[in-house]
Design a protein around this ligand. Structure first.
Ligand SMILES: [Zn+2]
Length: 364
């Protein structure tokens, strides 16, 4: 394993809400000031120097199992033509591999004892795989409702899998590992903030990849959203490219959710409350909204799109008939894109990229 070097361009963190700046240290609970005010928000790294299109990343050569540079595919449905950025093609079957690559790289370069994550989905398998590839200790903390097949895959990496009875216990245990010197990929506060901010930076690359693969800037991207790491990372990627005058406009970002959460906040409700709703779309389940998800939608002039399980199942079947096998939460973007075209939420002939986050073959 080559030595992993953390970028010396990162000089601290900045709150994405109040813009306060902080020194570079663990900030699992986001901005302390905003948390104190009862309005939690994530932080993002501050880079010094000028952006040259390539250099605003925490690592030039992160730990890699071959993640990123995923294919961009043409799709035509009865509503029209669009593209799929197929993140299901990452090594463990989901976009989370991009983040795991950065989190494990950070743990190695900053000499943490190991990595830990509270996860009931594919993030656990992803982190465990990257940790085992680099031989660093990994603990995945989940609840006893964890899918058995997924549990056996996680254990097969050699990672320690701890099952708790409740989500709250999961967070308490994660915090204990953090105090013992582990780097956590996930946070542990309610209302939540985004995941580990260096890890989230990995999603910025999706903006550049889409540009390179299409040869131009798309007009809109459709993204399955729960805590909003992915949609925020993509937003950050585009806002940096805009800042550097590489592009003129940030594409509209559409957040896809299984029941109304972001939509309700956009209609005036407080983002720190819990939003009722049940769903089997596990990867985008949850009753909370993060400031980062909200900002990505608002600042890009996008919308939140509500997709039911039934519509997701129909889209999953439709895509399988085209040879593209998507996990259910991931297939929501197909139904959402059809809805966006049908309801004319974009201009005619606008280029839309649906980000399909995970594979049907990875159990969750
Ligand atoms: Zn703040």
């Amino acid at each position: 394993m080559n030595q992993i070097n953390f970028s010396d361009k990162i000089i601290g963190y900045q709150c994405i809400k109040c813009k306060r700046e902080y020194p570079f240290e663990d900030m699992y609970e986001g901005c302390p000031k905003c948390k104190l005010n009862g309005k939690p928000a994530s932080v993002k790294p501050i880079y010094k120097g000028f952006f040259d299109g390539e250099n605003w990343l925490p690592f030039l050569k992160p730990v890699s199992l071959g993640e990123a540079r995923t294919p961009l595919l043409d799709v035509t449905t009865e509503y029209g033509k669009f593209y799929i950025k197929n993140e299901a093609l990452n090594p463990t079957g989901s976009h989370k591999d991009r983040m795991s690559s950065f989190v494990v790289s950070m743990a190695i370069s900053k000499r943490y004892k190991g990595v830990v994550a509270a996860s009931s989905g594919n993030a656990g398998l992803s982190l465990a795989s990257y940790a085992s590839y680099t031989n660093i200790p990994c603990v995945i903390i989940s609840t006893d409702s964890l899918n058995h097949e997924l549990a056996s895959y996680i254990k097969s990496t050699g990672a320690e899998l701890v099952l708790t009875k409740t989500s709250l216990e999961r967070w308490e245990l994660t915090e204990r590992y953090v105090k013992d010197g582990f780097l956590s990929a996930t946070n542990f506060i309610d209302p939540p903030v985004g995941s580990q901010p260096i890890g989230v930076q990995a999603y910025k690359l999706i903006a550049r990849e889409c540009y390179r693969q299409l040869g131009y800037n798309p007009n809109a991207l459709v993204v399955p959203t729960s805590r909003g790491d992915l949609i925020w990372g993509i937003y950050e990627g585009y806002s940096e490219l805009k800042q550097a005058k590489f592009i003129e406009k940030i594409p509209k970002l559409f957040a896809v959710e299984p029941f109304e959460r972001i939509s309700k906040v956009l209609d005036g409700e407080d983002y720190t409350k819990h939003f009722g709703g049940k769903t089997n779309l596990k990867s985008i389940a949850g009753t909370t909204v993060t400031w980062q998800a909200l900002q990505a939608v608002i600042e890009s002039n996008g919308y939140a799109i509500n997709i039911t399980e039934e519509d997701a199942l129909e889209s999953q079947a439709l895509m399988s008939r085209s040879g593209i096998h998507l996990e259910l939460s991931s297939s929501t973007v197909i139904a959402a894109t059809n809805q966006i075209i049908r309801d004319q939420l974009v201009e005619e002939n606008d280029r839309i990229v649906a980000v399909t986050t995970s594979s049907r073959f990875t159990p969750i």
